[in-house]
Every structure is written in C-alpha cells, then in structure tokens.
Ligand binder design. Structure first.
Ligand code: IPM
Ligand code: MG
Length: 390
C-alpha cells in the first residue's frame, strides 16, 4: 500500500547516494594542504554575514589590518570584502550561498566569516540550508578545530570536529517518506574519517599532547560511528607515543563537568553533530560561546568564525553595537597562526587574555557595558604594549 511512497523515497535516496559517492571520489583526489609560505600573496576574505556579524567582523578585520599593516604594504597580504551573505540576499536567491558570493569566496585563501542566520522549519522563512554548513561543504573545510582553555583549572582542550559528513552531510536533504515517517541520513567515509583523525593526531604530536579521545556512540549508531571509531583507532597506531581512549558522547558530556576527570582530556576527535553539541558545552566553561573561536580547515581553503550565532534579537533591540567581538578576535588569532604569523597570533591571544581579565572595558551586550568598537580600540592599545614587550 506504500509502494508509491517507497518508490519516491528510494529515488530520493538514490540521488543522495550518487552525490555522496561522487563527493567521496572528489575528496580522495584532493592535493596537499596549501603552503602559505609559497604564495606570493595571501588573500584574506572578510565576510560579515548578518545579525551582529558585520559589527564583530569589521572590528576583528580592523585588528587584523592593524597587526598585518606591514604585510599589506609589502603586498604579501590583501584584504577582500565579501558582501551578500545576509539572510535577505540568501533568501532572494533561494540559495545557502548565492553563486556570485561563492565565486568571490573562492578567490580568497582564508576567510574571516561573521555569523549567519540559519532558517529552521516553521520560522516563516524559506527553510534553506545553513550558510555555514554550505560553505564548509563547498570549500571542503573538513576539520572544525575549537580550542577551549581555562589555565587556572588545568583545562586545555582542542576539539577536532569532523565538519562535512556525519548527520550534516545531507542534513537539509532528508526525506518525508509519508506524512508520518521522516528519515535523515548519516554519512561516514573512509577518507573523511582518516583525514580528520590524522589532523588531530598530528596536532597532538606537534604540540606535545599525550592523549587523544575518540568520541562517538558506536554501541548504538553501529555502522557510521562504528566505522569512525575503527578508522580513528587505525590512525592511532601510527602515533604510539600518544594514549588513545574511546568515549561515548553521552558520558563525555558528563565527564566534562567532573572536576577530577576533565583535566585529563586533551585532544578530542569526533563526528560532526557530537562536535557541534559538545563544543558549545565546553565553551560555556570558558565564559560562554562568545569567548570561543573556531577554525574550519580544508586543504585548499580555511575559514575562521565565531562558534555562536548571529543574535538577531540584539539587532532587533538596537543593541548590535554592544556585541562582543571576542570570539571573532579569537578566530582571527587562529587565522594568523594558520597562515604563519605566529608572533602576531600569540600577541593577539595575549592581548585578549589581558583585556578580558582586566575588566576595564566590560562587554555586557547592553548599554551598561562598552561597545564593540570601544573594546576593539582597547585591544589595539593593549596589542601595542604586548608587541613592544616582545
Ligand atoms: C556551529 C553552529 C552551526 C553548526 C550552525 C549555525 C549551522 O552551531 O558552528 O557550531 O551547527 O555547525
Ligand atoms: Mg554549534
């Protein structure tokens, strides 16, 4: 009696399979990571997004321009402003990333991207795919690297969230088989897993971290999480000096709040959705999602962003100018280190530590605190003295 429904769903599934198999071939044939030292010029795209995005992105780009002034003068760095990733323009084109915007993004080497509003079913807008997710897929930014540090509590975590597969791979392309039965799909590929695992282990080795934790739910999500776990364990064999442990995602969320246990975690490698959830939890310990930056790394491109959303309510209430730029500034520090400006990156992180600890300019998101621009000026002033000390 469901023959027609099953047939339609199977057709849909067939299309998904074709696309995922093609993607798998594509990612297997990718070259090596960009060597920024070899580029004559590095183009930094600045893409404001929407909501509070343009405010905090402009402030961060200003700090980056301050730190890279000499490089810009030498012609080694070029900033490129990219408009058009607003929710209005995306809806006008009915595309997660309008074609002309994607073309501009592809002309950059690295991108600083402000938050972008993500529609959801029933919010009165066309339910187009998230611009974040679309950009990660379009530029094959397969690793989402999110550090969380609380030195006084001995916490120094780095999350390697797989960024293009898992529950997100076809997250906007599930199927309502009937009015009553809906299906989504989870995708794990060998290449997709091995490359994130290798990046996590290489990072651990290069940074003297002696433990990598593989987070999954392989006891229940047996096929895709099982594959993810097994492949990560295979990669681990090439890193015998590093202790590998395996944790289910549910108990991991609990252990992150166990003061005795949580210090032992160092590097995490995990599928997309678990990484999404747990990095918000982790950032909360550090002072909230407003304090955490995120690097989306691929072989050809890399994109740096806040881990939080576009806070449309702040804009509606006229409070956008009080938005906290810290997460974008942390992302900017990650961008600097990614393209080889280690000294500037460290200086920016240090200046941010000083500025947030001093309490001199407090950001509250309201008019009882300082504005984003005031905080940005304070960061630049602090940077001047940090750089002078060095
Ligand atoms: C993140 C965000 C995104 C995600 C949203 C905005 C689509 O929560 O970067 O963690 O789910 O990945
Ligand atoms: Mg998230």
């Amino acid at each position: 009696m469901f023959e027609k429904d099953i047939e339609a769903a199977a057709e849909h599934f067939k299309r998904l399979l074709e696309r995922q198999l093609e993607r798998n071939e594509r990612i297997k044939s990718q070259g090596d990571f960009t060597d920024y030292k070899k580029l004559d010029k590095i183009v930094i795209g600045v893409c404001g997004g929407d909501g509070i995005g343009p405010v905090i992105t402009a402030q961060s780009a200003d700090v980056l321009a301050f730190l890279l002034k000499d490089e810009v003068e030498k012609g080694k760095i070029e900033f490129k402003t990219i408009d058009g990733l607003t929710i209005e323009n995306r809806i006008a084109h009915m595309k997660a990333i309008p074609d002309d915007v994607l073309e501009e993004l592809k002309k950059c080497d690295v991108i600083l991207k402000g938050p972008t509003t993500t529609p959801q079913a029933g919010d009165g807008r066309p339910n187009i795919e998230s611009a974040n997710v679309a950009m990660r897929k379009a530029l094959d930014l397969f690793a989402n690297v999110r550090p969380v540090r609380i030195p006084e509590e001995g916490i120094d975590w780095t999350f390697f969230r797989e960024n293009t597969e898992g529950a997100y791979a076809v997250g906007s392309d599930g199927v309502n088989v009937t009015n009553e039965v809906a299906f989504d799909f989870v995708v794990t590929t060998t290449e997709g897993t091995e490359r994130i695992a290798r990046l996590a282990y290489n990072y651990a080795r290069a940074n003297g971290k002696d433990r990598v934790s593989i987070i999954q739910k392989a006891n229940v999500i047996k096929t895709t999480d099982g594959k993810f776990l097994n492949l990560c364990k295979e990669v681990a064999k090439d890193f015998p000096e590093i202790t590998t442990d395996e944790w289910y995602i549910d108990i991991t969320t609990a252990k992150l709040i166990d003061p005795k246990r949580r210090k032992d975690f160092k590097v995490f490698v995990l599928p997309n959705l678990y990484g999404d959830i747990i990095t918000d939890e982790a950032a909360e310990f550090q002072g909230g999602v407003g304090t955490a930056g995120s690097a989306n790394i691929g072989k050809r491109y890399a994109m740096f962003e806040a881990i939080h959303g576009s806070a449309p309510r702040m804009v509606e209430e006229g409070r956008a100018k009080y938005a906290d730029p810290c997460s974008m500034l942390r992302a900017s520090a990650m961008l600097l280190s990614h393209i080889g400006y280690i000294e500037q990156s460290k200086a920016l992180d240090k200046a941010l530590d000083i500025c947030t600890a001093s309490g001199e300019y407090k950001i509250t998101g309201r008019d009882d605190g300082c504005t984003c621009a005031e905080f940005g000026e304070y960061v630049k002033k602090t940077l001047r003295s940090v750089l002078n000390e060095n």
